[in-house]
Design a protein around this ligand. Structure first.
Ligand code: PLP
Length: 408
């Protein structure tokens, strides 16, 4: 009870509409629920968070430690350490993009860069095309600034994205097209001709493109090409990438954007107004990652490829579960609608039962958009043993749900 003389809070903590309704990423919620169960002594197999399970490669850790010892502990330039910006600009050539260091802004992970791009480009009422199913942060960032997210379908069953689906969602109010290729949660990659057609759409409708390429190095066949490599696209694209997934550096928080220099200057103003800079020793660890041997990436991709083949085979062996084989990234996105129809559950309830009863942490497909309903997302960036355990637990749950249905 408040003391008689304690002033009553009326509107002091009234939230802004944007923050009041701000969305989250359910991976963080499920991970917290899983940790609570583990604290009670329960065994949980984790497939919810999207991160490589191994440690950051030693030469990258060493780069960070060396930088700390050398005194890289003061403010760095807001847009990033010069050597890292140079290395990132040079690295863009691998995906067909020519860039200079002044176009690069280094941020604390790819996520803040996504938010900065939306803050810089989206005005209230602007429509922004976002993939569905897709990474939920696009939609929440757009809503935060009063923009209107317009989902376009990425077909969850085969992970395919068609340029016609994007074309159909464009209106005179469309301002930004968000692309996530390769995509989370479907592992979508598109043929060069589809990328050409998407680029033409952006030019024809004068759209800015926010191209999230965080999984660009985790391809199972072929190589990544950026939409920014297409004619007329570099001057309208904010290309976002980072170190989290490629170099097992999720906890370091290091990402970047590559964009026209005029925009980079304004995004740097956003960095100055928020974090001031990314800690310089973290940036120098990132430099060690880009400049050092890339064998760690090749090894990660071959481990992920083997895991993908195992999990896709295992999922398809479970009755009423179907899973397409993703072309990139490290997520299986099985269609479990057969199970849901039999049991009358939603993907959210199924995911909760899997965690609470079977000790398997997954994400509900619906947390990636309306078109994700009927699916689950499982990260396969884990050990073969844990993947086998995940499949066993899912199979046990599927069996129980199907048996219960037959008894009714
Ligand atoms: N973009 C996508 C599509 C992601 O899946 C993720 C992480 O899950 C991120 C961005 C965030 O990456 P970072 O750790 O660099 O902020």
């Amino acid at each position: 009870m408040p003391h008689a003389s304690t002033p009553v809070l009326r509107d002091a903590l009234r939230l802004t509409p944007g923050v009041e309704t701000l969305g989250i990423e359910s991976a963080f919620e499920v991970a917290a629920a899983a940790r609570r169960l583990e604290a009670q002594g329960r065994s949980v197999v984790h497939t919810e968070i999207g991160e490589p399970d191994g440690p950051t490669p030693a030469h990258i850790v060493e780069g960070g430690i060396r930088a700390l010892r050398d005194g890289a502990t003061r403010y760095a330039p807001a847009a990033g350490v010069a050597a890292l910006r140079d290395a990132i600009a040079a690295h863009m050539a691998d995906r067909g993009v020519s860039a200079t260091a002044e176009q690069v802004v280094v941020t604390s992970g790819a996520k803040p860069m996504l938010l900065y791009a939306v803050l810089a480009l989206v005005r209230p009422g602007d429509e922004v095309l976002v993939p569905d199913p897709g990474f939920p942060i696009y939609e929440s960032a757009v809503r935060l600034v009063g923009g209107v997210p317009i989902p376009y379908p990425v077909f969850p069953t085969d992970g395919a994205l068609r340029d016609e689906a994007i074309a159909a969602a464009i209106t005179p109010r469309t301002r930004v097209l968000v692309l996530n290729l390769p995509g989370n949660p479907t592992g979508t990659a598109v043929p060069a001709a589809v990328l050409d057609a998407i680029a033409e759409l952006a030019v024809r409708h004068d759209l800015a493109v926010l191209s999230d390429e965080i999984y660009s190095r985790l391809y199972f066949a072929g190589v990544h090409e950026s939409v920014a490599s297409r004619p007329g696209l570099a001057q309208r694209t904010v290309l976002v990438d980072g170190f989290s997934k490629t170099y097992a550096m999720t906890g370091w928080r290091l990402g970047y954007g590559v964009m026209p220099a005029r925009l980079a200057e304004r995004v740097t103003a956003l960095v100055i107004n928020s974090t001031s800079c990314v800690p310089p020793f973290i940036q120098l660890a990132g430099l060690a990652a880009l400049a050092g041997p890339q064998q760690c990436v090749t090894a990660l991709v071959s481990r992920l490829r083997a895991n993908r083949d195992n999990i896709v085979r295992g999922l398809n062996a479970i009755p009423h579960v179907h899973c397409a084989s993703p072309s990139a990234a490290f997520y299986a996105f099985p269609d479990v609608s057969g199970l849901l129809e039999r049991s009358g559950l939603s993907s959210t309830t199924l995911s909760r039962i899997l965690l609470d009863v079977y000790g398997l942490a997954t994400l509900a497909g619906s947390s990636f958009g309306a078109r994700g309903e009927g699916h689950l997302r499982l990260s396969f960036a884990t050990s073969p043993e844990l993947l086998a355990a995940a499949l066993d637990r899912l199979a046990a749950c599927a069996f129980d749900l199907s048996s219960a249905h037959q008894l009714r």
